[in-house]
Ligand binder design. Structure first.
Ligand SMILES: *Cc1c(COP(=O)(O)O)cnc(C)c1O
Length: 402
């Protein structure tokens, strides 16, 4: 197929599906069969040892799941992709595939809460040294890389403070010491950023978020060279964090509208960020599309759009958050993000629910920080909704803190 030559929005609609279509159907079937039957014992054997294409058992491969992997692979411009039951499974399986006792990993303080838990709780238990750097401080990251590391793990933009790391610059540093460069691209999506093209070895996603886009299916995926992805696939097929075919179908269907959704979400995110910047009750607004963002220039360089994620803090802290959020009519107050519905949630009950207050403080996440995932609603309705909610907050006693 000549999918590489097509634009990303077209790929999101068409890529990866053809091989799975049967009976002239134009839509991918959900194949739920756990195992695959063979009359020819030799053919069965050839498929089992990978000499011939085909499927043996559902923990290993599944046609619907493969269509999903092929679509993401096309969008990330990768040679290969393998999928997982969740985004965390994609992250943990990727790390455990390559790390051994005595190894060293360099990353940033602001990774997703679950990822941070792997870094501070599980990897040290396995005798792996973890160096977590100030996010956005490229010199500090470079210094740690220079000491040597097996993996350089980045996430940009970060969850929930939307900090930016220069992928190209850091990947080059990582390569100099022979590190495997891994990037969590969940927030940017392949519509806005392709880490492999910027020098990363592996790019991974929580497909639960923007890829699926409808908050109705969990999934994860990692893309890269055939050689690397085959090793991760082997770890996953044995350890068993396989993506369910029904979930794969929902993710595939969601991905068809990925570009349309992301474009509307970032239009809404920018409008909301600008609105919040003008509110006197708002303490800080974090969105890479704002010129006031510390790394706006890097974001502009490596992203094709700024995405639908932003966060903000209120002068009244958590007390003000308790008043503001329930007033919003067009908002889910929930732990997910990247959905068609606008979603609000304090970091302490969403991205960093697994962290202790002390750990959140160490990551620079204020207890009153609100993460906002802009949906695809009409922009003016979201702004109006915020206007009425802020009017109520203004009338309350806790609005400006002490
Ligand atoms: C949600 C999320 C994850 C974890 O994904 P799950 O599908 O919830 O396991 C990892 N990284 C980022 C950036 C996320 O937002």
């Amino acid at each position: 197929m000549k999918e590489e030559k097509v634009n990303v929005g077209t790929q999101a609609v068409w890529a990866g599906e053809k091989e799975v279509l049967v009976h002239g159907a134009s839509q991918v079937p959900v194949i739920v069969s756990v195992a695959y039957s063979y009359d020819d014992m030799d053919e069965w054997y050839d498929v089992a040892v990978g000499k011939k294409q085909g499927h043996i058992y559902g923990r290993n491969t599944n046609p619907t799941v493969q269509a999903f992997e092929n679509k993401v692979k096309a969008l990330e411009g990768a040679e290969a992709a393998t999928s997982f039951s969740t985004g965390m499974a994609a992250i943990s399986n990727t790390l455990y595939t390559f790390l051994q006792p005595g190894d060293r990993i360099v990353s940033i303080k602001d990774t997703y809460g679950g990822t941070n838990k792997i870094f501070i709780e599980f990897l040290p238990k396995m005798g792996i040294e973890v160096a977590l750097c100030e996010t956005g401080n490229h010199e500090a990251i470079a210094k740690e890389i220079e000491k040597g590391c097996k993996i350089l793990y980045l996430e940009t933009p970060t969850n929930p403070t939307v900090k930016i790391t220069d992928i190209e610059l850091m990947a080059k540093k990582g390569k100099e010491v022979g590190a495997l460069v891994v990037v969590d691209n969940t927030f940017a999506t392949p519509i806005n950023q392709n880490p492999l093209a910027l020098g990363a070895d592996l790019v991974l996603h929580s497909a639960t978020k923007f890829l699926g886009g409808h908050a109705d299916a969990l999934g994860g995926v990692v893309c890269g060279s055939k050689e690397l992805v085959e090793q991760i696939y082997h770890y996953r097929e044995i350890n068993g964090a396989t993506l369910d075919p029904w979930a794969a179908y929902l993710l595939l269907r969601g991905m068809k509208t990925l570009k349309l959704r992301v474009r509307q979400q970032e239009k809404n995110a920018l409008a909301i960020a600008k609105f919040l910047e003008q509110q006197e009750l708002v303490e800080g607004v974090y969105y890479p599309g704002l010129e006031s963002h510390v790394n706006h220039d890097i974001a502009k360089k490596q992203m094709r759009g700024f995405g639908g994620m932003l966060s903000f803090s209120l002068k009244g802290g958590m007390d003000a958050v308790r008043i503001l959020l329930p007033q919003l009519k067009y908002a889910n107050r929930a732990a997910n993000l990247g959905a068609v519905e606008t979603t609000y949630g304090p970091a302490r009950t969403t991205s960093h629910v697994e962290s202790t207050p002390e750990e959140r403080a160490a990551m620079g996440i204020p207890e009153g920080l609100v993460r906002l995932s802009a949906g695809i609603e009409d922009t003016e309705d979201l702004i109006q909704d915020l206007e009425q909610a802020f009017a109520i907050l203004k009338d309350s006693a806790v609005a400006i803190g002490e």
